[in-house]
Design a protein around this ligand. Structure first.
Ligand SMILES: Nc1ncnc2c1ncn2[C@@H]1O[C@H](COP(=O)(O)OP(=O)(O)OP(=O)(O)O)[C@@H](O)[C@H]1O
Ligand code: SF4
Ligand SMILES: [Mg+2]
Length: 325
């Protein structure tokens, strides 16, 4: 898990709204390594889906990527033409949307969609072969191959998402970005689906960005976790470190909402109070300061810099700054 597949540097995504610009992703940097599952967590509205879409350059107006670089397999995605990006989408980077209806044609049977997608990227594959490949994959994803004959609206939201993951796998995508893939599943199906994803990760050496607000899912499946707060990255590190040597007070608050996770350092966990700020007019300095139980005067004035505190485990928080001046 050492080779970087994707390096995101200072990425900023802005929605131009009537009330003013909303920086939904603000100066975010992180790396995705080949073969890992990176969990991306944070409260509703913190920018997770926007970040996922930005990685495919699919942010829709009034949103746009206003700055930053995304180096994927050595190429800066910002420098590619729209045609080159189209080739990359699906084949190399596959996105499973929060609402997969948006990426499926309602008038096309699921099987035909998968066959067409496979053949667009691999024209040498026959229709029959592509259909068989699709059938095998969706069976692995816990869906009967008969459902390939269904139209998208005949499937549940969870099935549609699993189908989208299937398409990514069928194309052997280098990176799958899955946005809340378990939210619409009931607990039992969710547990089965997580087992399956774990198997697939090992079997296909999947690289996946798993966007979720469910910390339990991250604990189950992710190797590393990135915590976002109000458009910025708060903490990134190996799951065990982030859970047990938590650095950022916001991460502590998030973990406190999950009773099964206990911190080892004996510190009392305080659940988060208050709500995330409006991104139209975010608080100055550290955006978490109005809710932070450990805030200091500098927190309201200046944005804390990113620092690596343990190997591969970093945060942006004034508690760890050597000097505040
Ligand atoms: N089309 C849009 N126009 C204006 N603002 C938008 C638009 N889409 C998203 N935003 C704003 O960008 C911010 C991030 O939204 P995003 O959907 O990325 O959050 P999220 O973390 O995925 O939330 P959730 O967990 O609810 O899916 C929000 O504050 C939202 O209001
Ligand atoms: S920088 Fe300050 S306000 Fe922000 S999380 Fe750290 S201690 Fe809290
Ligand atoms: Mg979202």
């Amino acid at each position: 898990m050492t080779e970087p597949l994707l390096q995101v540097e200072h990425l900023t995504v802005t929605y131009e709204t009537r009330q003013g610009p909303v920086r939904a992703v603000d100066d975010v940097s992180f790396t995705v390594y080949r073969g890992e599952v990176l969990g991306l967590v944070g409260e509703s509205g913190c920018g997770k889906s926007t970040l996922g879409m930005a990685l495919l350059r699919m942010v829709r107006p009034p949103g746009r990527i206003s700055s930053g670089r995304m180096i994927f397999q050595g190429r800066d995605l910002m420098q590619l033409s729209e045609g080159e990006m189209r080739k990359l989408r699906g084949r190399h980077i596959s996105m499973v949307f929060q609402d997969p209806m948006t990426s499926l044609n309602p008038l096309q049977r699921i099987g035909d969609h998968i066959v067409e997608t496979i053949r667009t990227h691999e024209p040498q594959v026959s229709k029959k072969e592509a259909w068989e490949r699709a059938a095998q994959l969706i069976q692995r994803l816990g869906i009967s191959p008969d459902r390939l004959k269904d139209y998208p609206h005949q499937l549940s939201g969870g099935m549609r998402q699993r189908i989208m993951i299937g398409i990514g796998l069928a194309l052997n995508a280098d990176l799958i970005i899955a946005d809340e893939p378990t939210t619409s599943l009931d607990v039992i199906v969710e547990a089965q689906f997580l087992d399956l994803l774990r198997e697939l990760r090992d079997e296909f050496n999947l690289t996946m960005i798993l966007i979720t607000h469910n910390i339990g899912v991250v604990a189950e499946l992710a190797d590393r976790v990135a915590v976002m707060y109000a458009g910025r990255m708060a903490e990134i590190g190996p799951v065990h470190d982030v859970f047990h040597r938590t650095l950022h007070p916001y991460t502590r608050g998030l973990l406190a909402s999950v009773p099964s996770i206990r911190l080892e350092d004996g510190l009392e966990l305080e659940t988060l109070s208050g709500a995330p700020p409006s991104l139209l007019d975010p608080p100055p300095g550290c955006r978490f300061h109005p809710r932070c139980p450990q805030a200091k005067p500098v927190c309201a004035q200046r944005v804390p810099a990113w620092q690596e505190i343990h190997p591969g485990h970093g945060t942006a928080c004034w508690l760890y700054a050597e000097e505040e001046a």
